[in-house]
Design a protein around this ligand. Structure first.
Ligand code: SF4
Length: 111
């Protein structure tokens, strides 16, 4: 029974990720090294859920989001953004701050 539940859970996640990619994706970057670097930063991040592969800040599936160059932000009316870590942990704090300023959020350190 536990094995069946695991299979169903994995199947659900595959469908959810396919849906997430369809909703999020505007353009992919096709740069495997960039995907790996982003995923490594996420795996070391306290906001990362290793079981679901989701970010606790933006809610995205990181194995999808790390492949993107530009994405829709479903929490901002589908706004098209340069894909970034919302906390600048991908070495992209300037980009994160661009959107944080638009959204009236506190800016993060950029050094
Ligand atoms: S996107 Fe940023 S905040 Fe989210 S898990 Fe990855 S490194 Fe952490």
């Amino acid at each position: 029974m536990i094995m069946v539940a695991g299979i169903v859970q994995r199947a659900f996640r595959m469908v959810a990720k396919a849906g997430a990619k369809a909703v999020l994706s505007v353009a992919t970057h096709n740069n495997e090294a960039l995907t790996i670097a982003r995923m490594n930063a996420c795996r070391a991040c306290p906001n990362f859920d290793a079981d679901s592969q989701q970010c606790g800040v933006c809610g995205c599936y990181m194995d999808v989001k790390t492949t993107l160059l530009r994405n829709h932000n479903p929490y901002k009316g589908g706004r098209i953004e340069i894909t970034h870590c919302p906390e600048g942990r991908w070495g992209d704090a300037e980009i994160a701050n661009h959107y944080r300023a638009i959204d009236g959020k506190e800016l993060i350190e950029t050094n």
